[in-house]
Ligand binder design. Structure first.
Ligand code: C5P
Length: 291
């Protein structure tokens, strides 16, 4: 986190991929019990928090990104005030967001921005929160948000919000392909619930394909968007040692040992939203967050 002056803080919010994602069941609250492995990648949004007069404001270079109270950045600002035992609404800060992580892609952009906001505003507003308080505030914002306080390679349990840091994986290059459509997480889990009722059919389909997928949502999302399977197959065919849907999609990634192999595959897949980006260790994630 860079403190340009006491008035401004700039922080990078990194995206994640899910190396795997298992759905263990449906919880009484309607959420899904998960076991997932999160991994940071270098694709990032950049958030600049500046003390200003007047109301809380969010400015974003991407016009499709909401800048009102529905944005998790706004909600995170409210949580920081609660941590300071204040009841007023956020004010006196303008947040500029340089948005590079595509929305509704399963790369966690909104959640990462929210975690970055918790960290930055605790500094800007001099709020002393314990790690446990921050984790709790993060979990109240969304299932993925606690992971982004951690970064690197980590296991997520429960809704994905109970996070256990793991040893970092060996560095790799990710080719991330984001199709032109987005997938709503809520909708993807609802598709999974529906499919649960016709599970036998899906199991037969998986047996036919001869392999279990790393992400339990992949086959369901591919039923609605067949391009997902095609992309995963293409990434494997071109030498990826691992390829999968990320989260609930729509992004698909492949991992490569060598940058040149990743770049060659990305050229082949050429699209406006195809990225070649390294995986990040927890240490690098924290260091680079400070831009
Ligand atoms: O927590 P978050 O707001 O990111 O989740 C979005 C939606 O995804 C939830 O409203 C829920 O429908 C679904 N979800 C789920 N099980 C999870 C995580 C998310 O059903 N473990």
């Amino acid at each position: 986190m860079r403190t340009n002056s006491p008035q401004t803080i700039t922080i990078r919010a990194f995206a994640k991929i899910n190396l795997d994602l298992q759905i263990l069941g449906v919880r009484p609250d309607g959420y899904h019990e998960l076991r997932t492995t999160f991994q940071s990648i270098a694709l990032s949004d950049t958030l600049t928090f500046t003390k200003t007069r007047g109301p809380f404001r969010i400015e974003c270079d991407d016009p499709s990104c909401p800048t009102d109270q529905t944005n998790l950045i706004w909600k995170a600002a409210g949580r920081v005030l609660r941590l300071a035992r204040r009841r007023d609404a956020p004010s006196g800060v303008t947040v500029h967001v340089e948005k590079n992580i595509p929305m509704q892609s399963g790369l966690g952009g909104g959640s990462s921005d929210a975690a970055a906001t918790l960290r930055a505003l605790c500094v800007l507003w001099r709020v002393n929160a314990s790690a446990a308080e921050l984790q709790h505030a993060a979990a109240s914002l969304g299932a993925d948000v606690p992971y982004f306080l951690e970064g690197g390679t980590a296991l997520g349990f429960h809704r994905g919000d109970l996070v256990y840091p793991l040893d970092d994986i060996a560095p790799a290059w990710a080719v991330v392909v984001v199709p032109e459509f987005g997938v709503s997480t809520k909708e993807a889990f609802a598709w999974w619930d529906e499919a649960n009722n016709r599970r036998e059919r899906r199991d037969r389909q998986q047996r036919r394909e001869g392999k279990r997928r790393a992400n339990d949502l992949e086959a369901i999302v591919a039923e609605h968007h067949p391009i997902v399977f095609k992309l995963v197959h293409t990434l494997f065919r071109n030498g990826a040692f691992h390829a999968s849907l990320s989260g609930s999609g729509s992004a698909v990634f492949g991992l490569f040992r060598r940058r040149s192999d990743a770049q060659a595959t990305a050229r082949l897949l050429a699209g406006p939203r195809t990225f070649v980006t390294p995986t990040l260790s927890r240490k690098r994630c924290l260091r680079l967050a400070a831009t």
